[in-house]
Design a protein. Structure first.
Length: 108
């Protein structure tokens, strides 16, 4: 059972290896283009997802025992495969844990 002090603090999520913790962007944020064209919901069903990187793991460990750092960093907005992430809910917030191989691009 959690004490009052534990329940008041945020839980820290630290991804392992080459995994990334992502806060998904609000799906309703990008429903209208810059020119005002409204994008229907059906168009998003097979498209990649977007999110903000919250935390990154230490990197992939090679067979030789060396760490390869990740290509993304905290604060990056990324596009990732719709079927790649593992969904987790912590402290009422929804996050995705994604392997680096499922990250398709970084938006700059």
């Amino acid at each position: 059972m959690a004490t009052k002090k534990q329940s008041a603090e945020k839980t820290a999520i630290i991804p392992l290896g080459d995994r990334v913790l992502v806060k998904p962007l609000d799906p309703n944020e990008h429903k209208t283009t810059a020119s005002g064209i409204i994008i229907p919901d059906t168009i998003d069903r097979e498209r990649p997802e977007q999110g903000t990187v919250i935390a990154v793991g230490e990197g992939r460990l090679t067979d030789e025992g060396k760490r390869l750092p990740l290509s993304v960093k905290k604060g990056d907005v990324i596009i990732f495969s719709k079927y790649g992430p593992d969904e987790v809910k912590v402290d009422g917030e929804e996050y995705y844990i994604i392997g680096e191989a499922n990250i398709l691009a970084v938006l700059r």
